[in-house]
Every structure is written in structure tokens, then in C-alpha cells.
Design a protein around this ligand. Sequence first.
Ligand SMILES: [Zn+2]
Ligand SMILES: [Zn+2]
Length: 101
Amino acid sequence: MIPAVRSALRLTSVAMLYLVAAPVYLIRAILHWRRISRGLATVRRGTVTCPHCGHANPLNVLSTCMRCGVTEFGSRLFCSNCHQVTRWFDCARCHATIKVF
Ligand SMILES: [Zn+2]
Ligand SMILES: [Zn+2]
């Protein structure tokens, strides 16, 4: 086979692979964006209501990071020291685990 034809076939097959994979990556990006926007809406609201007892847990409290151990005021879902994002915490009233996002 002529080398120019072989490289053209190789480029075409790579382009076809990207075309087939593009919708999958698009759907993954949309789902990722929806999860992030839900988390940002929760942070903007400032409280997370417990689904078990109905207590409104504030996010701006003194909390300790589960990874690096730094204790600080601010969002209990984000550590400003190590940039750890916490997806759950325990309810202040009934101590049940609340998954935020
Ligand atoms: Zn931390
Ligand atoms: Zn609760």
C-alpha cells in the first residue's frame, strides 16, 4: 500500500474514533456540570436541610477538615488549606449522615 494512502487511512480512522466518542464526552460533561451547579446552589443557599429530622444545618460553621485536620470557619464543604471538597457531613441534631451532592 502506498504510504500516503496508509497515513490517510490512519488519520481517517482516528477522526472517526473522535466522532464516535464525542457524544459520550458531551453527555459526561453535561452530567458533571449539572452536579457542580447543584453543589453551587447548595453553597449559595447557606443551609442544608436534614432529610431525616428537618433541621436546617448551616454551612458556615467551625469545622475540621477530614483530610488535613485544619479547623476553620467557613464552608464545611470546602477546606481552604488543602482544597478538599466534602460531599457529606453529620446532622447537628440527629447525627445522621447527609449527602450533599
Ligand atoms: Zn484540608
Ligand atoms: Zn437530622
